[in-house]
Write a protein that binds this ligand. Structure first.
Ligand SMILES: *Cc1c(COP(=O)(O)O)cnc(C)c1O
Length: 393
């Protein structure tokens, strides 16, 4: 049994492509070509060169000595916060823009909630000289002004989604509608391991560079490729999928998935999908999602915009359902304290998303000989005003 995707696009019972008929040609074009195109030697060479010189890979695997002393174990940080644009998301958008070019597409669309994926997409469109339209809820445009400014400066058009709650799911609906209307020239860059097959697998493959590097780096530092624990935060699940990828079927590696509990799992203000979610269909994929008794998607809440998502990708739904991963929910307060602790103890200000992963250290017990890797998915610059407001600096 494998915890990776099968040929039909399923992780166990989860995944697939539940899409309107009018979207079928676009998704089918991608599905039938993505493996061949991305396996091509020239594609690989261009992807690797951009990851190296543009993104700044390999990112370091840093031994956090002070944190290790406190928790009496060996803690390493995978420094995705040092990627160009400040987080892991660029690994995926580079891969997809290269794919879009090979498919002959000239117009790129994306949806964004907090704006991080929109910025990563606008960045690679600027790099490649392609038209870029980012759909964003009207409410989010107001809440995330700095990222809207970044996207515009990078040459993207930010198109407001004015229906429904005017947030991420409405922006996604607008993007899908646009794609249906422009099937010939348009490529839709999805920002996490969500959406219809082949997106979850494709995004996981692009992000899998994270665990590929960890293996080589641990071999050098610890004379072994495998950690005892691999810890990552899960919004849609792309940084986690990249960090777990090469360890999925290696049961010696304990996989820890950290979700945002917001004000508390049972507070009604939460994004802890594994604890609260039921099987359903979101963005064309069968997975776990937070929904009301009559199947309406529940508006999620977390202090971290990147974890504020009502579902998880199908890989993670399967890791939860099979018990392969241990899921931990972390509240806003626990994450903020963990972010402050990392700043003071290691001199690294994490994204609040990543701070959730660090808060899991207090929920686990380690042996002194254990090797623990935490995926530090992004840097905290974007969250400074939230930290300042919270702690009253
Ligand atoms: C977007 C984001 C996340 C959440 O997205 P995943 O697809 O779950 O990785 C986590 N951390 C940072 C820094 C982000 O920007």
């Amino acid at each position: 049994m494998s915890y990776n995707v099968n040929e039909k696009g399923y992780y166990g019972d989860f995944g697939g492509a539940f899409i309107p008929e009018m979207l079928y040609p676009n998704v089918e074009e991608l599905r039938s070509k993505y493996l061949e195109l991305t396996a091509d030697i020239e594609f690989q060479a261009e992807f690797d060169a951009l990851l190296k010189d543009y993104v700044g890979r390999p990112t370091p695997l840093y031994f956090a000595e002070n944190l290790s002393k406190k928790y009496n174990t060996k803690i390493y940080l995978k420094r995705e916060d040092l990627c160009h644009t400040g987080a892991h998301k660029i690994n995926n958008t580079i891969g997809q823009i290269l794919l879009a070019k090979r498919l002959g597409k000239t117009r790129i669309i994306a949806e964004t909630g907090a704006g991080q994926h929109g910025v990563a997409t606008a960045t690679v469109c600027a790099l490649m000289g392609l038209e870029c339209i980012v759909f964003m809820g009207e409410v989010d445009i107001k809440r995330q002004a700095p990222n809207v400014a970044r996207m515009k400066m990078l040459g993207a058009e930010v198109r407001p989604a004015t229906s429904g709650s005017k947030t991420l799911k409405d922006a996604t609906n607008e993007a899908i509608r646009d794609w249906i209307n422009n099937p010939e020239d348009t490529y839709y860059i999805i920002g996490s391991v969500v959406g219809p097959h082949p997106y979850p697998d494709m995004v996981a493959r692009f992000q899998s560079v994270i665990s590929k590097e960890i293996k080589a780096q641990l071999l050098e530092k610890e004379n072994r490729e495998n950690p005892d624990y691999m810890i990552a935060c899960v919004g849609g699940g792309s940084n986690a999928a990249g960090a777990y990828y090469h360890y999925l079927d290696n049961l010696d590696v304990k996989i820890i998935a950290v979700e945002a509990a917001g004000l508390g799992v049972d507070s009604g203000e939460s994004a802890a999908t594994s604890a609260l979610g039921k099987v359903g269909i979101i963005h064309g994929s069968k997975t776990l999602l937070m929904q009301s008794v009559d199947g309406q998607i529940t508006e999620p809440y977390s202090i971290s915009a990147g974890l504020d998502y009502p579902g998880v990708g199908p890989m993670h739904a399967n890791l939860f359902a099979t018990g392969r991963a241990q899921f931990i929910s972390i509240t806003d307060a626990q994450a903020m304290e963990a972010g402050l602790q990392l700043s003071k103890m290691e001199g690294i200000i994490p994204a609040i998303e990543s701070a959730h992963a660090f808060a899991a250290l207090d929920q686990l017990t380690f042996k002194p000989s254990d090797v623990v890797v935490i995926n530090l998915s992004g840097r905290g610059d974007k969250d400074l005003s939230t930290y300042v407001e919270y702690f009253g600096f």
